[in-house]
Design a protein around this ligand. Structure first.
Ligand code: SF4
Ligand code: SF4
Length: 543
């Protein structure tokens, strides 16, 4: 530093800075470095969009595949055939067994006819369907997804067409990877044309539920149907073709909320499709060689048959996955392999988590050792007797009874409501303003709107009567009939009739206060009757 200056020289400044940096570098080594990495670090960052990898499911055969064919046949049969079933309800009602008659606000289901005011029955059925789904899921897992969900059934149908035209997995993969030859174009055109036809048939069947099917079919074919019919068929054709043919497993994985919800309904006693790694691992391709080398060998021969048949394109050996719809085709594929190898079937099986945990504890000596196949196999290579098998009694548990009880209670309630409903109803509304009118002779008149509902598909003649209100007579608005205490009313089949009714009580018969009385309707011969309690108001100065 210059003796005469308070500032350090230039050289001195550099020295100080250098010293400070050295000091700082020394200091940085004293700071602990944490093992942390940003979750979106550039090194591991992946695009949010991943292109779909095509899946070419191989044809499976076995018990579950046969069961799925049966369910597919039944569900598709019900869907396509139901609108064509007839049900005789007499000359004044439609003869379609299942019909949603929007114009007349009626729902016909064989012998049951539901009016708008009975919509609680439909709501009850929907609640039953929801609870039924809970019941099924909590006991046998995603059986709905694997067997009866429309998406599953239609994808299965589309795959049948694809296999029929393009062949099984290997042929389809080869065709897909190959160049666009005439053969490939022809096959693709044929496949997509049939898929579109299935889409049209699906949309077509849907509209037949809303009108007389044979009439609508003719109108539709001749271009005379309502435009809404064509729009509906076009929308359903597009959605069926897109969801069933093009998107397939993506609908289940990305669009459907059910895989996310169902986890809440499963517990350790619910059945799910499970890879039993406690007997399958270590998986080995050359078992004989491995055994000769003294290595442990599990039952899984790593043949990938279970992966090849999976319509979701997943490997069940990776454990439970959101994508798994529990269609059980991997069980069929693996059982076939195990059968050919002379080993016990069920390497992939329907199992509960409780069974799985118990067997895993057995195979790993309570979790203290790696999986040892010898602990769960006998000397003959068969599964040991100590291995826990799924028992029906464990699946049916208090939770199952609670769900079933709720489901059955609602069902019984609906049946009782259906059994007790009458085919003749009356509803009355008192005029609010004015509540009463005093006539020139001093008598008091009250006005009412009376609605009489005939739920029978036949015309009916009923007697409308006053019950109570002594001395009162009634007059029907817009009618020439003389005033009396009862009148004959003609009801059209399956219709609601609305009447304006005026009840008059002469001055010498007026009750002391506002009083109640009944409007009663009765069919001749006592075939049906109904009544409604109403009030007759009188002014305060006449009480
Ligand atoms: S893993 Fe098995 S049960 Fe699950 S979707 Fe695939 S084939 Fe079906
Ligand atoms: S089919 Fe069975 S044996 Fe073959 S890879 Fe799958 S689990 Fe292993």
């Amino acid at each position: 530093m210059d003796q005469g200056s308070p500032w350090p020289s230039a050289r001195g400044v550099v020295d100080i800075a250098h010293h400070a940096r050295e000091q700082s570098m020394l200091d940085s080594t004293d700071v602990e470095r944490l093992e942390a990495e940003a979750v979106n670090s550039a090194k591991i960052r992946q695009p949010l969009y991943a292109a779909r990898r095509k899946i070419f499911p191989k044809r499976a055969s076995g018990t579950f595949r046969r069961f799925k064919w049966l369910v597919m046949l039944i569900t598709l049969g019900i869907y396509y055939i139901t609108p064509w079933l007839r049900w005789d309800r007499g000359p004044h009602a439609p003869d379609q067994a299942v019909l949603v008659d929007i114009a007349n606000r009626r729902f016909y289901f064989f012998f049951i006819e539901i009016w708008p005011q009975e919509f609680f029955i439909v709501a009850g059925l929907l609640v039953m369907a929801g609870i039924g789904l809970f019941l099924i899921t909590s006991t046998v897992g995603r059986a709905w997804c694997g067997y009866t969900c429309p998406q599953t059934v239609w994808v299965d149908l589309f795959l049948v067409v694809e296999r029929w035209i393009e062949g099984d997995r290997n042929a389809r993969m080869k065709l897909d990877a190959g160049p666009w030859t005439t053969d490939k174009i022809g096959k693709r055109v044929a496949k997509h044309a049939i898929w579109l036809l299935i889409g049209v048939a699906t949309g077509g069947a849907w509209i037949f539920y809303f009108a007389d099917a044979p009439t609508l079919a003719v109108d539709f074919a001749t271009g005379q149907a309502e435009s809404i019919a064509y729009i509906t068929v076009a929308i359903l054709t597009a959605t069926t073709y897109t969801f069933g043919g093009l998107m397939r497993e993506q609908v289940c994985t990305y669009m459907c909320p059910w895989p996310r919800i169902q986890a809440a309904m499963l517990d350790e006693h619910s059945l799910t499709v499970t890879y039993n790694d406690w007997r399958g691992e270590p998986r080995v391709r050359g078992a004989k060689k491995a055994l000769a080398a003294g290595q442990p060998v599990g039952d899984c021969v790593d043949c990938n048959a279970c992966v090849a048949v999976c319509p979701m394109g997943i490997d069940i050996r990776d454990g439970q996955q959101l994508e798994c719809i529990t269609c059980a085709l991997c069980i069929d594929a693996c059982d076939d392999v195990m059968g050919r190898l002379g080993r016990d079937k069920g390497l992939i099986s329907y199992a509960t988590l409780a069974d799985y945990n118990s067997n895993m504890a057995l195979a790993t000596a309570g979790g203290t050792m790696p999986i040892a196949p010898a602990r769960v196999h006998g000397p003959d290579g068969r599964l040991s007797e100590v291995v826990r098998r799924t028992r029906l009694a464990e699946i049916i548990r208090p939770r199952t009874f609670v769900y079933f009880g709720m489901w059955a209670l609602i069902g019984i309630g609906l049946l009782v409501a259906l059994a007790m409903r009458t085919d003749l109803k009356i509803n009355v509304q008192h005029d609010r303003n004015p509540q009463f009118v005093m006539l020139s002779d001093g008598s008091i008149r009250n006005g009412y709107t009376v609605k009489i509902l005939n739920k029978v598909a036949e015309p009916r003649a009923v007697q409308l009567r006053l019950d109570g209100v002594d001395g009162g007579t009634m007059m029907i608005g817009g009618s020439e009939l003389p005033e009396s205490r009862d009148v004959l009313v003609m009801l059209e089949p399956d219709r609601l009739r609305t009447l304006r009714v005026f009840v008059r009580v002469p001055p010498d018969r007026l009750p002391a206060d506002t009083s109640s009385f009944d409007f009663r309707v009765e069919e001749a011969g006592g075939a049906g009757s109904a009544s409604y309690s109403a009030l007759f108001y009188i002014p305060e100065n006449r009480r």
